[in-house]
Design a protein around this ligand. Sequence first.
Ligand SMILES: *Cc1c(COP(=O)(O)O)cnc(C)c1O
Length: 395
Amino acid sequence: MMSKTGTFVKDLYCPRCDNRQSCDDAATLCPCGSPLLVDYDYSAAAAELTIESLSPSTGSMWKYAPLLPVRDESNIVSLGEGGTPLLKSVSIGKELGLPELYFKDESSNPTGSFKARGLSAAISKARELGIRKVTIPTAGNAGSAVAAYAARAGLDALVIMPKDVPEAFLIDADYHGAEIELVDGTIKDCGIRAAERAQQEGWFSLATLKEPYRIEGKKTMGYELAAEFDYSLPDVIIYPTGGGTGLIGMWKAFDEMEKLGWIGGKRPRMVSVQAEGCAPIARAFASGSEYAEEWENPSTVAAGLRVPSAVGDFLMLRAIRESRGTAVAVSDDALMRDCRVLARLEGIFAAPEGGASLACLRQLLDSGFVKPHERVVVFVTGSGYKYLDVLKDGN
Ligand SMILES: *Cc1c(COP(=O)(O)O)cnc(C)c1O
């Protein structure tokens, strides 16, 4: 007999039209075009599950298995993702006059970024649903993660990336045995190719928010933050945003924890940071729109932020607005400079996206959005080691 995870998973729901769907068949988007999200039986979970009952011996994000979608333990595909350090600033906080500054350092995840969380969840669920071949359109890190987790799960993987991605992403996907297709374009063009090849060759696409389970892995960042602050959430979270799964996922986690009775109603202000060369969410936030228009000719060294349009745009904008947060764009010069500052003053060798978070914090202090007494978490979403070809030319 297979051993059960004890999950409280119920089904899938559409956050736009409230349509429901089983989570025991392979799911993509809702027929209305919106991403689907996973629903759990929160009242049963609130009655039976306590913070203390979560497996203390599990260091990975699977500690939260009762609140993740996989039913049988044997389907979990893990490389030890999650459980990343929350590092209190030793220097930058002092310099900025912000004593309560923290870095959530996701660079220590398997495959070098927080994409590992989402893809551990999605590939585990794919295995549970009997899916044999998975594809992903990616700006880099998601491709590394799909390749590694598919290798571990014994699934075939097809990674579709822009031809100008940093070299590390090509090398590791290749070593993991993934088929690689390079596209002359952005992640959006890769998405079109992935959809074509899914249709023609039967690949299952794990494109951001086009399947409902990656976000479940990413939401564990919200659970971890709450635990790290003893179930009182920080005032501000700064998050470098591409497709937005992390932002939407953490927002969902906070709601879930309130339903479980683990936290109260207080929420952090959620801040989305993007690059000036590709800032569809920052632009839509500023103009008050519910959806984000596609960004023409996107360009930035922070590959994970070169996402010109996102199916989850309205969910990101909703979370940012409900939280009374904001969305900001920073220049490539500023984010590269702050990559070096993170490395030199904090010992954190960050991906450019992490530099963007710190550059954003400077802007928010200047504008008065962040106050010196506030507790702020800056996300370092990936490792600089994946971007050596970009960083070696940096200022
Ligand atoms: C993918 C990626 C992002 C953007 O993450 P989303 O959750 O898709 O918005 C940020 N930083 C790094 C390093 C990434 O790989």
